[in-house]
Design a protein. Structure first.
Length: 456
């Protein structure tokens, strides 16, 4: 079997535990796209071959049936064909692959899945263990290995310190100290890159794009768990955001490209006149940025998003705000792309803006998944040096922006999602949300061939 040295090391340990009936539980962390699923498929082929006469079943579960479980089944079928078993293996009931008297059962670990009754008397595998619920595993899957004391393998990449994978990993590290038998295997992107130059180039590009301390790079490639809670930005990241360009009051020329992010508040939430978003008051905030080509000697991959202006309205009635926004976006800046909060009260005014200004207005609805993606993109823009604020001018807008950046918090959620916010007891996150939407507007900007266009 053509496996890399680190894959062979894991396979030998797992197969040794099976053959010696030791019933060990292993944890395996391999950098994303480093061959974790290929390793599992090869182990599956070998086990089906070993047990095809005497019989037995192995069970593999994934956080979702589609696409994860389906992909695992397809990979095993392909490897069986590669090793000459085409026409000999059989598929049963849509989730079982049989070779002779042995079978591999593929199950979903979703909370609502019904899996009780299956037995893993050869091997139990938990794919993407960091996304499988602890209760689901303990209640429904762990007992499957009990009748024969079967070995168990947890595959995945770390997320935070609360996951099933991290719990098994820490248990294994403690056991290794007591008996010296290796149960935890960790191979980060640098180990994988030793055997794949193309992979090295890809991950280095991802590090440049996301930043070395981006949660996704840390967890998926460096295999470092991220904190479950804490500050959204570090001091270094806030310092990196600081730009040297001046604030602008209007579009400088027709050749320049501007984008904007609009975070909307309810019109009846306050009755005060337009002004700074003071503590305890929700506000509508528009952030305008110019998208510029970086200097040739700049260590930045891609156009730079330079924030040039902020607008803030507290308690403004939506009909009045709508008219002002149309004028600002069309005449003052001529924005090429505007991403507007279309959640709840924002849906109506965003619809009106889209009618008036056309496809330049992109509605954005905040959900757990969409806000997480927004946060990841914001962090990537900061880490890569592609997002810069205008230099401090002592204005209320700049002070509020810095206040929210410094007090922004984050929560790491299951399935590699995050939430970012300012604690309501401290203030609001209107400027922060508007900034994130502005970054999204730059990312959605469609390149044009005309002079002055900056490829995004």
């Amino acid at each position: 079997m053509q496996l890399r040295p680190y894959q062979l090391e894991i396979a030998r340990a797992v197969l040794g535990s099976i053959e010696d009936r030791r019933g060990l539980t292993f944890s395996v962390e391999i950098a994303r796209q480093g061959g974790k699923n290929e390793l599992s498929a090869h182990i599956g082929v070998l086990l089906l071959t070993m047990f095809m006469l005497r019989g037995g079943s192995a069970v593999k579960c994934s956080p979702t049936f589609k696409p994860q479980t389906v992909i695992s089944m397809l990979r095993l079928k392909q490897r069986l064909d590669d090793f000459g078993f085409g026409g000999l293996w059989e598929a049963e009931m849509g989730y079982i692959i049989r070779l002779g008297s042995a079978c591999q059962v593929f199950l979903s670990a979703e909370e609502t899945s019904s899996v009780v009754g299956h037995t893993a008397d050869i091997l139990l595998e938990i794919d993407e263990s960091q996304d499988v619920g602890k209760d689901k595993y303990t209640r429904d899957f762990r007992p499957m290995a009990s009748s024969t004391n079967a070995s168990t393998v947890h595959y995945g990449t770390p997320w935070d310190d609360s996951t099933l994978l991290e719990e098994v990993k820490q248990m294994n590290l403690d056991l290794e100290k007591s008996d010296g038998f290796r149960r935890h295997f960790r191979f980060d992107w640098q180990e994988v890159a030793k055997y794949n130059p193309g992979y090295l180039a890809f991950v280095e590009a991802e590090r440049a794009r996301l930043g070395a301390d981006h949660p996704l790079f840390l967890s998926q490639y460096a295999l470092v768990p991220v904190r479950s809670t804490g500050g959204f930005f570090s001091r270094a990241q806030i310092a990196l955001l600081q730009g040297t360009h001046a604030r602008q009051a209007r579009r400088q020329s027709d050749e320049r490209i501007y984008v904007a992010g609009l975070d909307l508040a309810g019109e009846a939430e306050e009755t005060a006149a337009s002004g700074m978003a003071v503590r305890g008051r929700d506000a509508a905030v528009l952030t305008v940025a110019e998208v510029v080509r970086p200097p040739d000697d700049a260590a930045v991959d891609g156009p730079v998003i330079q924030v040039v202006e902020h607008y803030c309205w507290t308690g403004r009635r939506h009909p009045e705000l709508y008219r002002e926004l149309v004028h600002i976006l069309r005449h003052t800046w001529g924005c090429s792309s505007v991403v507007a909060d279309a959640t709840g009260v924002g849906e109506g005014i965003t619809s009106f803006l889209r009618t008036a200004l056309g496809g330049h207005i992109v509605p954005f609805k905040f959900t757990q998944a969409s806000k997480s993606a927004l946060g990841f993109n914001l962090l990537a823009a900061v880490n890569s040096g592609r997002l810069k604020l205008y230099r401090g001018d002592g204005s209320s807008d700049f002070r509020e922006m810095m206040f929210e950046l410094e007090r922004a918090r984050s929560i790491r959620r299951p399935n590699r999602t995050i939430d970012f916010f300012v604690d309501p007891s401290t203030g609001h996150d209107d400027y922060l949300s508007s900034l994130a939407l502005c970054v999204e507007a730059a990312a959605r900007l469609i390149p044009r061939k005309a002079t002055g266009t900056v490829p995004i």
